[in-house]
Design a protein around this ligand. Structure first.
Ligand code: NAD
Ligand code: MG
Length: 397
């Protein structure tokens, strides 16, 4: 029996994780569930999965949850605040921590799990984008196991030789005959929209992804392809490689989830339904395999596969992230912070879709040369870049 903590259990990844766990009650037990503010949803999850602990970022939501649980006769103990989240991520009885908080807010709880040498299933890509070098150093120092949940990185991981899967962080991919990591992306909902129409895109249009059902922030990031840019940076750290080793390929059908190209001419791909329960099941059981509730792929119903290159004028955010990756941790931290502010402002209808790239470009220009090494440096730059982005917003709206 392995004990699982889910950080961000009320979100899209959190719910998918619970769905896989529910299919294997004899192998996994939910130790703790956490969320930011949605006490109703966390209450339902607690009543269904009966974890020993729950935590909410928001103190008054935590109080509401504790009262409702008590009234329902539940024995789940409720913690509150960022300290409560970190405490559960680091709990001595936790074997597996699913890091599925969205955005920079996931960094501290995820690092708390790393520092206890846990097995971390990483969905929260922003944590690596902010702190890649520091994060991987901690993984090595504390003997933590890091398994990618992002479907592309999980696909790449599955296409690596077994000897490299055990040591992705301290081996060179070139020593295993790998020439390129091919990161696929659907291109999002605006793959063929005329560029002249981009400024009028609404939040509702941007969050309606053609293939995947996800949280709002990552859905907007998919529409701008900033998501692929963040994944580019994520891949650089997860697979201990350089920007030049990674190529982005648009594959609108979202059936191939990424590929690995070898020097002998072979290309290995991982295919599956666009359903996060496949990578979640893979990482939960690794190196074994377990069943997931995902329908098998049917090649009788498969449409054509197509591949194109992402155009810079359509996806400026992708190219900003690739540039930031070349500059280093300071640039990626600042870009990530600016993007979180800009996406939220777009969702609140304060700025236009095309303004997201404008805010991000300004931030990269401002902070590209910044060097950060400690966690304090990273958190301070994150705050500074947010302030800078808010100033840009005021100029735009
Ligand atoms: P979501 O918005 O659906 O859920 C986010 C979860 O994090 C919720 O449980 C929420 O309560 C919690 N949360 C939000 N802000 C918080 C804060 N400040 N402190 C503590 N908890 C907080 O997001 P999602 O789509 O599930 O994505 C989660 C992460 O997984 C993101 O980093 C995303 O990039 C990554 N990811 C998601 C998908 C997907 O299919 N949804 C795929 C690949 C990667
Ligand atoms: Mg992805």
């Amino acid at each position: 029996m392995r004990h699982v903590v889910i950080l961000g259990s009320t979100g899209s990844i959190g719910v998918s994780t619970l769905s896989v766990l529910a299919a294997h009650p004899q192998d996994y037990q939910v130790l703790a569930l956490t969320a930011a503010t949605q006490s109703d949803k966390l209450l339902q999850q607690c009543l269904q999965y009966q974890p020993r602990f729950a935590a909410m970022l928001d103190h008054s939501a935590a109080k509401e949850l504790a009262a409702a649980l008590k009234q329902a006769g539940s024995r789940t103990e409720v913690l509150a605040g960022i300290d409560g989240l970190c405490q559960l991520a680091a709990h001595p009885d936790a074997d597996i921590v699913m890091a599925a908080i969205v955005g920079s807010a996931g960094l501290l709880p995820t690092l708390a799990a790393v520092e206890q040498g846990k097995t971390i299933l990483l969905a929260n890509k922003e944590a690596l984008v902010m702190s890649g070098e520091l994060f991987l150093n901690k993984v090595k120092r504390h003997g933590a196991t890091l398994l990618p949940i992002d479907s592309e990185h999980n696909a790449i991981f599955q296409c690596l030789p077994a000897a490299l899967q055990q040591h992705t962080h301290d081996q060179q991919i070139t020593d295993f005959g790998i020439s390129k990591l091919l990161l696929t992306g659907s291109g999002g909902p605006f793959l063929t929209l005329p560029l002249a129409d981009f400024a009028a895109i609404t939040p509702a249009q941007a969050v309606a992804h053609p293939n995947w059902s996800m949280g709002h922030k990552i859905s907007v990031d998919s529409a701008t392809m900033m998501n692929k840019g963040l994944e580019f940076i994520e891949a650089r750290w997860l697979f201990n490689c350089q920007a030049a080793d990674i190529e982005v390929v648009i594959h609108p059908q979202s059936i191939i989830h990424s590929m690995v190209q070898y020097t002998d001419g072979s290309v290995l791909a991982q295919l599956g339904q666009p359903d996060m329960r496949t990578p979640i099941a893979h990482a939960l059981a690794f190196p074994k395999r377990i069943a997931s509730p995902v329908a098998p792929l049917s090649f009788k119903q498969m449409r054509d596969f197509t591949f194109t290159e992402p155009q810079p004028e359509r996806y400026p955010n992708l190219y900003l992230a690739m540039q930031a990756c070349q500059h280093g941790q300071g640039a990626t931290t600042a870009l990530n912070a600016a993007n979180e502010i800009a996406v939220e402002a777009f969702l609140q209808q304060q700025i236009r879709f095309t303004d997201i790239a404008a805010v991000n470009a300004h931030s990269l220009e401002q902070f590209a040369g910044f060097r950060v090494s400690t966690l304090d440096d990273i958190l301070a730059l994150d705050q500074q870049a947010r302030e800078h982005a808010r100033l840009q917003l005021r100029k735009l709206s």
